[in-house]
Write a protein that binds this ligand. Structure first.
Ligand code: AMP
Ligand code: MG
Length: 416
């Protein structure tokens, strides 16, 4: 086993980085997966588009009626209001009519093509039918109730850019221009394992001094929410050789290796030395709370992220660091977490680190939502995360007073 004391990497105190510096450094190492695949549109939800989609057609492809009603030419409007117009044809959606003759109207339904010779649709609520005629009870503006060809999308226009994570509306839009399948980035295969002699799987009995493995479950779920395929290698003991072998086994079958625990400075923390033996390691100390130690490196060409072991730190560092790294690797254009301003419902003084407090929003009838903090904010208090709607970011050495505007990072946006 390498001797940490003799290793120049551990001789110096690594620099303290800001969160932004650490994210920027991580993103320079993220390479989008090179081998996209084509999938049926029905299965493309949550995947990242790997091609620009341009529309091969106008949508709608023809002028059509926005209402159930009567199509006519505005020239005949006066006549339609006095003696009425002969209903010369009937055009349901899906069929095409014939050219409208002067002095006639067409019964028309929503989505049906406007017949040549008509320029206006009058909604049926404003009409009265007498025999074979329709009589208008109100006038309508020329051109009313018509959805012109190309109103939504013009042929050859970009509809979706490569790098878009496909959500419901994107799928609907791709379908509306006729794409039955699309090229998407491959799902990232993430191998994970937890470290710690004290860790036991839920469902098993606990011996004195042991705790249940919570990171394995939250980390798997977080990765799946990012569209990753998870290769779960379970939990390993705090042992150098096991750690080294598990790192190699993980890298042999994954695009990314993510671990929790074992990256702080105690002598039972073997991730660092083992990683150095099989690859490369950067150990970053980040001016943040919870969090601070984050290991980044690679095993051969496979990137490695070592998250801290405390469950709240695992969760928060995943959001801030692993998530943008994974999104970038999966080809996502947008990697910055969504945030918005809210009002602080608390007082807080941060120290020399950027702090991420767990908050719940209360929605006032008027004005900004107000963020309330969970009473216990320790990095071991996982109930704070389960309770919260998201995080409020408090910059280092900052005093926040009730009523101040603060930045809120919603958990609901994490899977985007
Ligand atoms: P470490 O980074 O390994 O020193 O772990 C820091 C703290 O997190 C310790 O209290 C560990 O017991 C705890 N911890 C580490 N891994 C897990 C895990 N998988 N589930 C729950 N707690 C953990
Ligand atoms: Mg440990």
């Amino acid at each position: 086993m390498p001797d940490p004391a003799a290793d120049p990497c551990f001789d110096h105190q690594p620099a303290l980085l800001s969160v932004e510096e650490a994210v920027a450094a991580l993103l320079t190492k993220a390479q989008p997966l090179a081998d996209p695949e084509r999938v049926p549109l029905m299965h493309a939800g949550g995947r990242v588009l790997a091609e620009d989609l341009r529309s091969p057609l106008d949508v709608p492809g023809f002028d059509n009626s926005a209402m159930d009603g009567y199509a006519l030419h505005s020239r005949d409007m006066d006549r339609a209001q006095s003696e009425g117009l002969v209903i010369a044809q009937r055009i349901p959606a899906g069929s095409t009519g014939t050219e409208l003759q002067a002095g006639t109207a067409a019964r028309i339904f929503t989505g049906a093509p406007l017949p040549a010779g008509a320029d206006t649709v009058v909604m049926q609520e404003f009409c009265r039918v007498e025999g074979d005629r329709v009589i208008l009870e109100q006038t309508a503006a020329s051109g009313a109730n018509i959805r012109p060809r190309g109103n939504d999308i013009k042929r050859d226009n970009m509809v979706l850019e490569s790098g878009t994570r496909l959500q419901a509306a994107h799928l609907g839009l791709a379908a509306s221009v006729g794409f039955g399948e699309v090229a998407v980035y491959r799902r990232l295969r993430a191998a994970i394992f937890s470290t710690g002699d004290e860790i036991v799987e839920p469902g098993q009995p606990l011996a004195p001094g042991q705790i249940y493995n919570s990171n394995r479950y939250q980390l798997s779920a977080l990765l799946r929410a990012q569209g990753c395929e998870v290769i779960d290698l379970g939990t390993i003991k705090d042992d150098y050789e096991t750690t080294r072998q598990t790192l190699l086994a993980a890298a042999g079958q994954a695009d990314l290796v993510v671990t929790t625990g074992g990256v702080s400075v105690g002598e039972e923390d073997h991730i660092k030395t083992a990683l150095q033996a099989v690859g490369e390691l950067d150990l970053w100390r980040i001016r943040m709370k919870p969090g601070k130690p984050l290991a980044f490196g690679r095993i051969g060409n496979v990137p490695f992220i070592g998250l801290p072991g405390n469950p709240v730190s695992t969760f928060v560092t995943f959001l801030l660091f692993a998530r943008p790294f994974i999104q970038h690797t999966q080809g996502c254009r947008q990697t910055t977490p969504v945030s918005w301003p809210v009002q602080a419902g608390f007082d807080y003084q941060s120290k020399q680190r950027c702090e991420y407090v767990r908050v719940r929003l209360t929605h006032e009838p008027a004005g900004e939502p107000v963020a309330e903090t969970y009473p216990r904010q320790g990095s071991d208090v996982l109930s704070s995360v389960a309770w919260a709607d998201g995080l409020v970011e408090i910059p280092e050495a900052t005093r926040v007073c009730t009523g101040d505007t603060v930045r809120f990072l919603p958990f609901s946006e994490w899977a985007r």
